[in-house]
Design a protein around this ligand. Sequence first.
Ligand code: NAD
Length: 490
Amino acid sequence: MRNEAHSDGVDEAMYPQVELHIAGKWRGAASGETMDIINPATGDAIGALPVATIADLDEALEAAGKGFATWRAIGAFDRYKIMRKAAELLRERAETIAAIMTTEQGKPLAEALMETRGAADTIDWFAEEARRAYGRIVPARASDVMQMVIKEPVGPVAAFTPWNFPINQAVRKVSGALAAGCSVVLKGPEDTPGSCAELIKAFNDAGVPDNVLNLVFGNPAQISEYLIPHPVIRKISFTGSTAIGKQLAALAGAHMKRVTMELGGHAPSIVFKDANLEKALKVLSANKYRNAGQVCVSPTRFLVHESVFDKFVDEFVTISKNLNVGDGHDPKTSMGPLAHSRRIDAMESFVADAEAKGAELRTGGKRIGNRGYFFEPTVFTNLPMDSRIMNEEPFGPIAAIQKFSDDEEAFAEANRLPYGLAAYAYTESGTTARALAERVESGMISINHHGIALPETPFGGVKDSGYGSEGGLEAIEAYLNTKFVTKSGL
Ligand code: NAD
């Protein structure tokens, strides 16, 4: 259902002028070139984004080199204090920043607020981790020898973050890097740059020195091809599609750069016959349509036991039909538009392929109207295994629900794809829960609730979903080198 009260660019007037942030200054690109920023609820341009040139990147790299020397020399306790202040500023500004995010990205305001406040919690977590980047003493063989293992910041970081969570994707990388003592060149999301820029402002206003945190936008391929091989950059962190991640990891490998890759997923979401069906439906459907399904850990391949299949599908379809699709600024909206027109093209192509291959469309399947990028919450059942939706990350509001009769079938399907990011399951059996934890090939599995993506818990994938963690105590390690120091007689 589409909200009638579709607001025409509500809050567009307060959308800020977005700029690059290089060497402590907010400014346009050296060439003066810009690209349009679009409100996905209307399709209208709401701003002009500077497109960084190589000259801008060179300045950002020089700044990051200087900024690294400055920031690593600041003690962990002072870095902690500055970061905690940034978290407080983000909390104070959350409502304004969330409105900017909804205008540029489309998600409902409540989701944008949650993301902004959640980012403050992430900064707090990493600030505290800054004070716990412990080394160790290793007992020596000789009595006059002292053997130490120390942790050092890896160096200037090139970070690449996407548009689906304009703040959340950036805050993990920036906070991890800053906590460790690294400087950053962040290539933010061109589709949703305003809220990401507000995150950088909060860090700067909190006292992160000039040169430490640089923000650029532009042509993603040109920027990554220039930054990754550059000798100043010592670490790469990317969030985005598996296809691009593989290209960037190969480039980083050719230049021996450390890498964190947070890539795509196609989360198996298994509902066993003994599941609490009411809870499974409520939690899985809410998470399926959160951010219009543009979430790397979204539940996407629903595998439902035959004994509860019909009931699950009927109720899932009812929930899907009853969602209020509309402008994220409208308080009645439960699902906003897709973030850009490319996702509409992708959804239409998934639907056409599934229908051509004989899948059963239970609801949705079409774009809503022709203004803005709205798409119907869509449910398919009986999908042939070669349909694209069963093999490629949907990254949109399409649920693929399949039936299984034997639990082994569900385990086999869960592990069939090269992806391995998130997985979900509902069962009242402790034995099944244990088997899930041991046998599902994923970086994260959440059983009987949705408990993924907290700052204090690991976040990352296996197989084609990438490597490295962006949460938990593993996350700061990504920005630290381990050095062994041994000394005798001192
Ligand atoms: P895309 O693959 O063109 O871009 C995805 C992200 O990667 C964007 O942020 C983009 O700026 C960046 N990117 C693209 N090419 C790049 C390059 N050569 N160097 C550096 N960065 C580059 O596609 P899209 O239409 O923007 O998004 C669609 C797909 O991207 C989705 O299907 C999904 O798989 C993936 N995606 C994943 C996440 C995630 O959270 N893991 C987030 C956004 C998009």
